[in-house]
Design a protein around this ligand. Structure first.
Ligand code: GDP
Ligand code: MN
Length: 396
């Protein structure tokens, strides 16, 4: 589960991470009030208005703008709130902006130039350890840095038995070329950031840029925080920060009815019981030359009601041109599933794509007969490969 920038920053601040301060607003009037309050608290005259959507690259898409007075705060907030923000990380339609963060301008000029660094904390799945990834080349696409100048990206792995050790934080500050106050600030920043990562059971932090201000403070200007959903049960406060408006609506609906659905780009809808069989089914569809439109595990009970809910979810995706049902009847009897499919099909009355059904296990032969004699645009298959081939045939 992802947090908004402002939510991530507030959480980080609660662990002692220095952040660019800000107040969230949903209307231009609230934005002006927020800017006034920030001026009182921080003395800043200028403010940055930042679209709060779950996507990076907002700066490039016109979702991050500097306001030099309150009139500009009102005007820019008015432009950004309600817009469909298109960034390199969104779809072509973009993401609707419901709220903006009014933040203090921290790029104030001084003797030293402000410097932008990149820092992330994530799990290295190869070694099974957390690591801090960092670079002097912050502010820009880290993907480009990784491609063109990979030697400018450093990593520091953390031993779970000891946690982050002080020498590691110093090494990071040193590799970033810091000295004096900024060096000390960075070691504190890294230690607090790592503490926040572990304490919140996060799966990814990405802070780009981490800023060295002209007066040598180190702070998070941006935050991307992904929490491990499997650990949310022990972080009720963080779980409450979920913003369903940012998530795929079909996935949200599926979750509400207890189904495991993940939206994908292809055109073959999949309805399968068991996550392993669902993965194998997607593999087979690909091997046969198709592309799965979704991952869907309908679980143990595949009665008419459940099948109908599943069909309904799958068909919400306009790209779906065929549906492959692949169910193993162990505890659930195949004939009951087949009857469920036939009943759901008739009951819905609006299914316009062909359905291929493969049922294996208890009473599979009765199930096949039920499907074959249904008179509907539903084909049965016995073997896995046969099912995938039939799907390709109806798409051709
Ligand atoms: P992203 O584009 O979605 O990653 O959003 P960021 O929060 O990283 O902001 C994009 C860019 O806006 C940063 O890289 C900065 O260059 C700029 N920016 C952010 N905060 C400030 C600020 O306080 N003052 C100025 N002048 N620029 C800022
Ligand atoms: Mn950023």
């Amino acid at each position: 589960m992802n947090l908004h920038e402002y939510q991530g920053k507030e959480m980080l601040a609660s662990f002692g991470v220095r952040i660019q301060r800000g107040i969230v607003a949903t209307t231009p009037a609230e934005a002006v009030a927020a800017a006034k309050k920030l001026t009182e608290e921080t003395g800043t005259g200028w403010h940055v208005i930042k679209a709060q959507v779950h996507a990076g690259g907002r700066g490039k898409g016109g979702g991050v703008k500097l306001a030099k007075n309150l009139e500009q705060v009102e005007e820019i907030a008015g432009q950004i709130i309600g817009m469909n923000l298109v960034t390199p990380q969104t779809s072509a339609e973009g993401k609707k902006v419901h709220q903006v963060l009014i933040a203090e301008d921290v790029y104030y000029p001084g003797d030293n130039e402000p410097e932008e660094y990149y820092m992330s904390v994530l799990l290295n799945r190869g070694t099974g350890r957390n690591m801090i990834m960092y670079s002097t080349e912050g502010g820009m696409d880290i993907e480009t840095v990784a491609e063109e100048t990979p030697h400018l990206i450093f990593t520091e792995e953390i031993d779970p038995a000891t946690g982050l050790l002080p020498f590691q934080a110093r090494k990071i500050a040193f590799n970033l070329g810091l000295s004096g106050t900024a060096f000390k600030e960075m070691t504190k920043f890294v230690a607090s950031l790592y503490k926040a990562y572990v304490s919140t059971d996060s799966s990814l932090f990405e802070i780009n840029p981490v800023l060295k201000t002209s007066d040598d403070k180190i702070m998070a200007v941006d935050s991307k925080v992904s929490l491990d959903e499997n650990a949310l049960f022990r972080h009720k406060d963080l779980a409450a920060l979920r913003d369903e408006r940012e998530e795929n609506p079909v996935e949200v609906e599926a979750k509400a009815v207890g189904l495991n659905y993940v939206d994908l780009d292809g055109n073959v809808g999949c309805m399968v019981n068991g996550a392993g069989l669902a993965m194998a089914t997607m593999d087979l569809i690909k091997q046969a030359g198709g592309e799965p439109a979704n991952f869907l595990d309908v679980g143990g009970t595949a009665d008419a009601e459940r099948v109908e809910i599943a069909f309904d979810l799958i068909l919400k995706d306009p790209n779906v041109k065929a549906i492959l049902v692949n169910i193993f009847g162990g505890i659930v009897r195949c004939d009951r599933v087949a009857q469920g499919i036939v009943d759901a099909y008739k009951n819905m009355g609006n299914i316009e794509v062909p359905i291929i059904v493969r049922l294996q296990g208890t009473n599979a032969d009765i199930a096949k007969e039920l499907i074959d004699n249904s008179g509907l645009d539903v084909q049965s298959a016995v073997e896995f490969q046969e099912a995938a081939d039939k799907v390709q045939a109806v798409l051709a």
